[in-house]
Design a protein around this ligand. Structure first.
Ligand SMILES: C[S@@+](CC[C@H](N)C(=O)[O-])C[C@H]1O[C@@H](n2cnc3c(N)ncnc32)[C@H](O)[C@@H]1O
Length: 325
């Protein structure tokens, strides 16, 4: 549990595509080094370590192969681990390496490890890497597709008339809402509008949906009936969450709604997903929050909870301006 040797060796092997190269039949370290433009001696020592921990096999002829554990490092596996997240050439792979900044983060409390390590934010880096951006959207969309029907049915979206999905990614949620509610209209605002534009076209809802490139850290277009904030709050620190919810509240006005869709952390003190919580901290300076913690941030910008509904294993938190605020 405490050494970095195995995690780093696995990441290097994945980054060099060693699992793919040996999955069809064993290769020697020398052949792999020639294929990956790496040092044969160092590569062999890494591979031998992976043999010793049960990830690789090595036969008497020096050919390396995969064990059943090693098989999980192939992309088309049962996804016990996501190999793309181990590839150090991807933004998520790099983000994992920002954990070396944990000592600085614990001292300062507000260092964003990713930005400190790479001199740019996770989101800006993601934007520079189209294939990683597509992959990130796909991972988000996979989780969303499992719940979108429940979300569409658990709340009276139609009554809002129109919604803005703030940081709505590739538009999977909005497309699902529009398909379930034929009179609803909507807009996704995200850093890049193109992925959502494509989703709307493919879902046949382009006549009622549009996508805008923009930032929720800036004021949002006013006048929609609802402003949806799905799986955004845990990516940001408290000050930024107040900014985002505040922009939603301003744009929603007196009669609009702000609708937070999320899987909240267990109540404070209870067992929570500590790995995700620490990833949020290191990647973005964010955190896993309980419902109560989000209520408090919403209250700071004049919003109070109007209703709470379950949608599969997520919660729909409907917020509206606090009367008299
Ligand atoms: C965790 S994903 C959630 C996506 C989607 N709402 C969902 O629930 O599937 C966070 C989203 O925030 C977007 N994002 C990050 N910074 C942003 C900003 N400043 N303005 C707008 N969107 C942003 C990202 O591009 C990404 O799509």
């Amino acid at each position: 549990m405490s050494d970095l040797i195995t995690p780093m060796s696995i990441r290097v092997a994945v980054t060099l595509r060693v699992p793919q190269k040996i999955s069809g039949g064993g290769l020697t370290a020398e052949a792999l080094a020639a294929d990956t433009n790496t040092d044969p001696d160092v590569l062999e020592r890494i591979l031998l370590h992976l043999v010793s921990v049960g990830v690789l096999t090595r036969d008497d002829g020096g050919l390396f192969g995969l064990t059943r554990i090693g098989d999980q490092l192939l992309v088309d596996n049962d996804m016990a681990v996501n190999p793309d997240f181990l590839d150090l050439n991807t933004v998520v792979g790099r983000a994992e390496l920002s954990f070396v900044r944990l000592p600085d983060v614990v001292r300062s409390g507000d260092t964003v490890a990713y930005s400190a390590q790479y001199g740019t934010s996770f989101w800006d880096d993601l934007g520079k890497e189209p294939s990683s951006a597509v992959h990130f959207d796909q991972v988000m969309a996979e989780g969303m597709k499992k719940r979108v029907q429940a979300i569409a049915q658990s709340y009276d979206w139609e009554a809002l008339g129109s919604v803005v999905d703030v940081g709505g990614g590739n538009g999977t949620l909005l497309a699902g809402l529009l398909r379930a509610h034929p009179s609803l209209r909507g807009t996704v605002i995200d850093r890049d509008a193109d992925p959502a534009t494509r989703t709307f076209r493919d879902a046949g809802v382009s006549d009622r949906a549009k996508a805008l490139s923009g930032s929720f850290l800036e004021p949002l277009p006013p006048g929609a009936g609802g402003y949806v904030v799905s799986r955004i709050q845990s990516d940001w620190n408290d000050a930024h969450v107040r900014t985002i919810l505040g922009h939603c509240a301003d744009a929603a006005g007196a009669r609009g709604r702000v609708i937070v869709v999320d899987e909240f952390a267990a109540e404070a003190g209870a067992r929570t997903d500590s790995e995700t919580d620490l990833r949020m901290l290191m990647y973005y300076g964010g955190k896993e929050r309980t419902m109560e913690q989000v209520h408090e941030l919403a209250a700071d910008v004049g919003l109070s909870v109007r209703s709470l509904r379950r949608a599969a294993d997520w919660t729909i938190m409907e917020l509206s301006p606090t009367p008299g605020d």
